[in-house]
Design a binder for this molecule. Sequence first.
Ligand code: NAD
Length: 268
Amino acid sequence: MSERLQRVTALVTGAAQGIGLGIATALCEAGLKVALADINADLVRQSAHSLTGQGHEAIGLALDVTSAADWSRAVDEATRRWGPLDILVNNAGISPRGTPETTDEALWDRTLAINLKGPWLGIKAALPGLKERRGTIINIGSTRATRPMPGLFAYVTSKAGLLGLTQQVAAEYLDDGVTCNMVAPGWVDTPGERILQAAHGRPDFPAGVQNLTTSEEIGAAVVYLASPAGRKINGVILYLDSGLHIADDAGMVYLPGVARLRYHQPSE
Ligand code: NAD
């Protein structure tokens, strides 16, 4: 998008790699100043450095989204440099496998802390600036926020919770001009997703896979929601999943001829 956004600053979590880096890159290319924040401090600084090397304004910040103190430091740092935040993108997340029986308490707590509590803490920290700037919050959810899938218990629960949070925040700050939406990707080829595939003995995505969503496409959706054209959009879930969410069996529409693909086959 060549037209500069009226909004000027953004903070993106989980931006060292994958979807978060795709979003940060798209926002930079749209002319914004972007704080890339991630628990992987070295990698996020490298990623920000690479963007500044391409002529963009970017900084890399260490942030564990589960820590209120980290949030306070990250928002302060970005604000000190560039003024109050216009855009907060809560992207950091993990997607562990497990059923209600195989998920232990530690995994539940960790998943809910990163995927659900993290966005809340970020919103709380960024809200003073967002209110001042009539800014926007974009939470990265998943098709699984509304379409459960066997074997993704804590993940699905966290993303469904994030959708509730998204709508509640949208309602709460209507009068402040702060909007809050969810972008819900389908399946995306990212470093994190490849690690999960490998853990299931798959060196690559399954043969025949179609219509993978790309990090660039998610970046473009975030740029749209954050642009002046997106100002009227509030409290929605924007799916980028080629229609996976309307498939009638919650299966993977990406695999033609395969009616249902589970992470856990009965024989596993
Ligand atoms: P990824 O694992 O490749 O990248 C995630 C990034 O988040 C990493 O850089 C990691 O260091 C960072 N992170 C993890 N825990 C953190 C914490 N506590 N604080 C700060 N940063 C932390 O993942 P991805 O595939 O790019 O996924 C990004 C988001 O998109 C997640 O919320 C995920 O649920 C969602 N999503 C991914 C897919 C997919 O198929 N890849 C599909 C739907 C939704």
